[in-house]
Design a protein around this ligand. Sequence first.
Ligand SMILES: [Fe+2]
Ligand SMILES: [Fe+2]
Length: 481
Amino acid sequence: MPAPTPLANYRPYKNLPPLAGLCSLEEAARPGLLVEECVRRLKRCHYAFQRLHEILTARITAEPIYELKTGFAHHAYLCAEHVTALRTRIGEMREPPLGLEEVPHAALAMFFDEIRNTPTTEELLYGIYEVAMPALAGAIAAYLGDTNRLTDAPSVRVLRFAQLELKDCLDWGRQATAALITPAIRSRFSAWAELLGQLLAAAGGLDGTTPATDELPPRHYSAKPYVYDPIPQRDERFTDPWNQGVNAESFLYNETYPARAKALMMLYKRLREIDVPEMMARIITQTPGKPWGYYRDMSRQLWDEARHAMMGEVGFVALGVDWTKAKVTLNWSYRLNTECTPLEAHGVLYFIEQGLMPRTGKRYEFEVAQQSGLPLMATLQDFDWADEVLHSQIGRQWYVPAFRNLQEALHYGDVAWSKILSNWVTVKEKGLTQHENWWPAVYTMACQAAQEEPDPAVLAFCETYEGKRADLKEVGEALSS
Ligand SMILES: [Fe+2]
Ligand SMILES: [Fe+2]
């Protein structure tokens, strides 16, 4: 029998847990990894999260399926948070200059380029959720197994958070691929799937712990340069995407209408916010060269706006309303993405969000929500308000400094917004929409579900966006102010 090691004989005082709960004595006594190897592997994880953030963000706008748009918005944000945490940790490891913008291996770059350039949603889902994220999760698990949990405790902490959220992403991805990738579709991209495997192998695995090679297979989807698609797309539940037939703000700020009906209109305004991720994804994708904090903060805001849309969805469902009957337009994100520069689009966003801060904005919406007598409505609007206060700060940090002062920054946004003011007539003449008044149908549905009689005055509401933009400025007046 081998003699018991000194470690096995060691007893902490009064049997208290040793090493502050990090791990066992035996684990801490294993040499683990040296700093240089830790940094090398952490940089690969950082690179993977950064590329995943980039790809997920770039695919939000043109992805038609609402559940995927919001899912990508969520996961892009999570990736951004882990990029931030890893950058901080790498900076603590004797590493300046950090070299965080360096590509760790050409094959790894090509691997992510291939996923970014996929022509179909199914291949994108496959590449991210069946190959890239599992490889990243594997790299993190291997790191946690190899490093010394005492010496490298700060990295272990960062990676455990990443592991937790990657697992959530992978669970979502498994359900999404099961729903969308049929065996027939899968068989169509089997050669490309093989290429992804070859590229990971050439990179020495995602973490570079197996032998790598400089010999790369030929590029497939990434043989052509990547072109970002800024045109917003929606799935078939969004039946009238150019409709500007119901002026939600006119209704909301009219004192004669009851709070309960206004709550319904606010749910429409929340759901309509799905156009904000569509335009913010474009700003983020087409604004290169900013400090990392810009991308992290903008991705947080993008994700909040996706949540606001989902709040609208939940509110409608809870009130027994089929939200597809409310015509959710993409006019705003479409025009910003095709007629304005990224900075102009950011200006419009900032200008609108500044308008939400006074008494007539988010506080008013919260008060109406409380008056509506619907507790869920108050919760939704309260957090919507808190988020918008944060967004106003994000704008002050990353948009306003491009100008000499706040007033100039606001004016720039106001002018840009006026530029895309009203295409009410144009879209009607083109036959894209008849601006159908969908409000009576939606209001009636809510009344039926609540077993209440519709209020004739509410039912008769029929103001459109023909002559007004959403901050109730008259068309024409906006430019001169
Ligand atoms: Fe919002
Ligand atoms: Fe916002």
